[in-house]
Each structure stands twice: as structure tokens, then as C-alpha cells.
Design a protein around this ligand. Structure first.
Ligand SMILES: Nc1ncnc2c1ncn2[C@@H]1O[C@H](COP(=O)(O)OP(=O)(O)O)[C@@H](O)[C@H]1O
Ligand SMILES: [Mg+2]
Length: 452
């Protein structure tokens, strides 16, 4: 069933239940109220008549006038003598009076409902003063009259409810429509995304949670589009990167095979081929690592000592440092803890420090400290720095400068750092003038689990 029908149905159902319960309550209460009200009115009329009769009792002339008045009022009453237990006077025919007298106990003053045949009557009794006289005025109203009023009232109530219900259903339909339309439109946009027609995706007017969903869908579409185009660029770059060394190798291999390269040239060619094969190996290994970082959940973070981690990096790079004659200054705050996959974080930091060693003139500085509840690691060098136009893309795959190698080192570093909920950025080093890479990682509290 469509959401619109479901909502309207639910709303209408609820409305009907509420109206039925309310209607039933009012219908059952109204009779009690009517009976009470009738009794009060009878009492008032009775008091009035009793007062009149007490004053005028005895004068025939007035009694006649009084009788006429009673007939005009269509009042049903008895004048009852308690002492004699007889009806002295009634506005009703004798047979009816006899019937009443038979079916009801006139002496029981507690009885407020009287019976005649199948009909019931509301009664009200007023005792004349002085009490000793024992004269009582008893007024009656048939319940059928009250039932008629109740019925009439209920018919009106039903009509009002019906109109109210129709209005409410229309309102609910209007509101659900307003609610559901953005969803329908959103579904259309999702279809477009499914068909990868990203440029056709339109924004939708909505409010509240639906707006939030719409915003997420829009961002998701953008992200998907970015991802797909980056994938495309990745494949183009990858094939280009792999093709260049392969063509070099092919050129030399064919040359050597055909005897074009001989002697020294042949040796140089073989050396170049080995170099290119090594380069290919590095690129392919890095591509595999990147793919693994993207897809596999092999990230196993533990709590590491910052000092130990950075020392580990330096140990790995010692041969390279000696070769390049670069001095490294290390300033690592005591007891810094990092929550990361040890092997991968070593790899990420090494990639950055290797770049620094390669690009530095003679100096590198590595700092690690905590600031603003974050852990910060910076790697600076006194080299030429990162070219301005390269900065926005430097962490993308296969992006490299003039003397670059695979262009994957920083992409790998970023992937690993992001898996540790960290961030990496680059700018110019104020202290040394070269490049400055800044890594921020979440602050880790607690005891070390790993050697320090
Ligand atoms: N410390 C640095 N100083 C200057 N340029 C750098 C530095 N680190 C990285 N770069 C630039 O960023 C590019 C990308 O680095 P990277 O992803 O490690 O790839 P690769 O080192 O294989 O070229 C490098 O080619 C280089 O141009
Ligand atoms: Mg590199």
C-alpha cells in the first residue's frame, strides 16, 4: 500500500475510534443530565404551584382558574394526601391515575422513577407546608420525552461529527500529500543516481527530517560521482605508470635480443631494465597495498608509544639517512600514546619521512606533542617545499612532482592516517623553509599496552 494511503487510513481510523468513544460517552451521559435537569425544572414548577395552592386553597373561583392554567401548561401531576394515601386531584384521566396508583408505591418518597406499562417517568414531589397536612404535589415527565430530546441531540452530534470527520480526512489527505510528495521526488532522484545520471540530480524542497535525508542523498551522489571519477583517473594513471617502464624494458629487451645493443650499451640496458623492473615492483606493491587499505578490514589498532613509533621509523631509515647526509632533530613529548595499527602507522610515517629525506637540503625536524586534546606529529625539512599547484592534490594517487617516484607514498600515508581517525595536511615550514607535513590523531588516554 502507498505511504499516502497508509497514513490517511491510520489517521482516519484513529479519528473514527476517538469520535465513537466520545460520542458514546456523551450519548450515555446526556440522559442522566436530562433527567436531572428535568427533575430540577419539575421541582421549580412544583414549588411555584405549591406556593400558589397554599395561599388560595379553598376558594373555588381560583381553583378553577388554576385548573385551567394547569391544562394549558400540559403538566402531569397528582395532588396526593399522605395521611389518607389517596390521590385528591390529577390532571390525568382517572384510568391513568388508577394505573399509576397500582404500579407504584405512592407512600415511598424515595422512589424517583415511576412506572406505567412500559413507560417510565421522572418524578418530583413537593410537600405542602405545614407538613402535618400531609398534602403533596407530585409532578411527572415521561422518559419518552427525554429520549426524544436525547435522540435529537444525538442526531445533531452525529451530523457535527460527520462534518468534522470529513474535514479531518481532507486535512489528513492534504498533510500526508505534503509529506509524501518530497519522498516521491526523492525516490526519483535516487533512481537517477542508480543510473549514474549525477548531473540530472535535482534538489528537492522539503522540511525537517526529509530535508536532512535529501541533503544526505545529495551529498552521497556528489561523493559517489567524485569517487567514480577518481577511480577513472586512478585507472588512467595506473595504466600510464605501468606502461612507461614496460615500454622501456621492451625497448631494451628487443634491442639486446636483436643485437642492436652490444658491449657497454648492452650492460647499461640490462641495468636500466633491472631498475625499471624494480620500479614496477614498487608501484605494483604500493597499488596492492592501497587496494587493501581501501577494501580489506585488516586494520588492527593497538595503543602505541609515540616515542617508540618514531624511533622505529628512524631505525628503518637509518641507511637512507646516512646516504643522504641529512641531520634529523627529534622532539617527542614523553608518554605520548597513539592508537593505531603498528605496522601500517610505521609505513605511513616512513613514507612522509622518506620524502623529507629526499627533498631536504640538510635538515629535518620531527615533533610530536599534544595540543587541544589532539595528538600532533609534524615532519619539516629545509628543501624546496611542495609546489603551490601540487598542494591541493598531493595526497591523491599518482600525483607527483618533477623528481617524484610512484606518486603513491602520500596517498598510502593518508589512507592509513584516516583509518586511525586522523588527518594529514601540508604547508610550508616556517622554521626550515621547506615542506611541513602535519598529522593530527585522536588523543589517547590510559596505560600503554605495547613496549615503550
Ligand atoms: N618533503 C617534500 N618536499 C617537497 N616535495 C614533496 C615532499 N614530499 C612530497 N613532495 C611532493 O609530493 C609528491 C608526491 O609524494 P609521494 O606521494 O610520496 O610520491 P613519490 O614520493 O612517489 O613521488 C612528490 O613527488 C613530491 O613532488
Ligand atoms: Mg614518496
Amino acid at each position: 500500500m502507498r505511504l499516502r494511503s497508509q497514513l490517511t487510513l491510520a489517521f482516519t481510523g484513529l479519528l473514527i475510534v476517538v469520535l465513537t468513544v466520545t460520542g458514546y460517552l456523551i450519548y450515555s451521559l446526556i440522559l442522566d443530565i436530562l433527567v436531572q435537569d428535568e427533575r430540577r425544572q419539575l421541582e421549580e414548577t412544583g414549588e411555584l404551584l405549591a406556593g400558589f395552592l397554599t395561599e388560595q386553597y379553598g376558594t373555588t373561583q381560583d381553583m378553577q382558574e388554576f385548573n385551567q392554567f394547569l391544562n394549558e401548561q400540559e403538566l402531569q401531576l397528582f395532588l396526593y394526601d399522605r395521611n389518607l394515601d389517596t390521590v385528591l386531584f390529577s390532571t390525568m384521566p382517572n384510568s391513568v391515575v388508577a394505573g399509576f396508583f397500582q404500579e407504584n408505591n405512592f407512600a415511598n418518597t424515595k422512589e424517583t422513577m415511576w412506572q406505567l406499562g412500559n413507560d417510565r417517568f421522572v418524578t418530583s414531589r413537593i410537600l405542602f407546608s405545614p407538613d402535618a397536612l400531609g398534602l403533596e404535589l407530585i409532578l411527572l415527565t415521561p422518559m419518552t420525552d427525554l429520549h426524544a430530546i436525547q435522540q435529537n441531540f444525538f442526531t445533531r452530534l452525529f451530523l457535527i461529527f460527520l462534518i468534522g470527520a470529513l474535514l479531518a480526512i481532507w486535512l489528513s489527505y492534504y498533510l500526508t500529500n505534503k509529506l509524501v510528495t518530497p519522498l516521491t521526488l526523492l525516490q526519483r532522484q535516487l533512481k537517477k543516481i542508480e543510473k549514474r545520471q549525477f548531473d540530472d540530480v535535482e534538489r528537492i524542497k522539503a522540511t525537517g527530517e526529509i530535508k536532512e535525508v535529501e541533503q544526505s542523498v545529495f551529498e552521497m551522489a556528489n561523493e559517489l560521482q567524485r569517487y567514480m571519477s577518481s577511480q577513472q583517473v586512478f585507472f588512467q594513471n595506473a595504466s600510464h605508470e605501468l606502461k612507461t617502464p614496460l615500454m622501456t624494458i621492451q625497448g631494451y629487451a628487443e634491442g639486446i635480443k636483436d643485437g642492436v645493443f652490444q658491449g657497454e650499451e648492452r650492460d647499461k640496458g640490462l641495468e636500466l631494465m633491472v631498475d625499471e623492473v624494480n620500479r614496477l615492483k614498487i608501484i605494483i606493491n604500493e597499488m596492492i597495498l592501497l587496494a587493501k587499505l581501501d577494501t580489506e578490514k585488516t586494520y588492527e589498532p593497538i595503543t602505541l608509544s609515540g616515542n617508540a613509533l618514531i624511533n622505529g621509523v628512524m631505525d628503518r631509515l637509518l641507511p637512507m639517512l646516512n646516504e643522504n647526509d641529512v641531520e634529523v632533530k627529534q622532539q617527542v613529548e614523553e608518554n605520548i600514546l597513539i592508537y593505531a595499527d603498528e605496522e601500517k602507522m610505521l609505513r605511513a610515517l616512513s613514507n612522509i619521512v622518506v620524502n623529507a629525506i629526499r627533498h631536504a637540503e640538510s635538515q629535518i625536524e620531527i615533533h610530536a606533542y599534544t595540543a587541544h586534546k589532539k595528538l600532533v606529529i609534524t615532519v619539516e625539512d629545509d628543501g624546496e617545499g611542495v609546489a603551490e599547484d601540487l598542494i591541493p592534490h598531493i595526497f591523491h594517487r599518482f600525483i607527483k612532482g618533477k623528481s617524484g617516484e610512484s606518486g603513491l607514498g602520500l596517498a598510502i600515508a593518508r589512507a592509513i592516517i584516516e583509518q586511525s581517525d586522523g588527518k594529514i595536511s601540508v604547508d610550508r615550514s616556517a622554521a626550515l623553509g621547506g615542506a611541513k607535513f602535519t598529522i593530527t590523531l585522536p588523543f589517547v588516554k590510559g596505560k600503554r599496552e605495547k613496549h615503550g
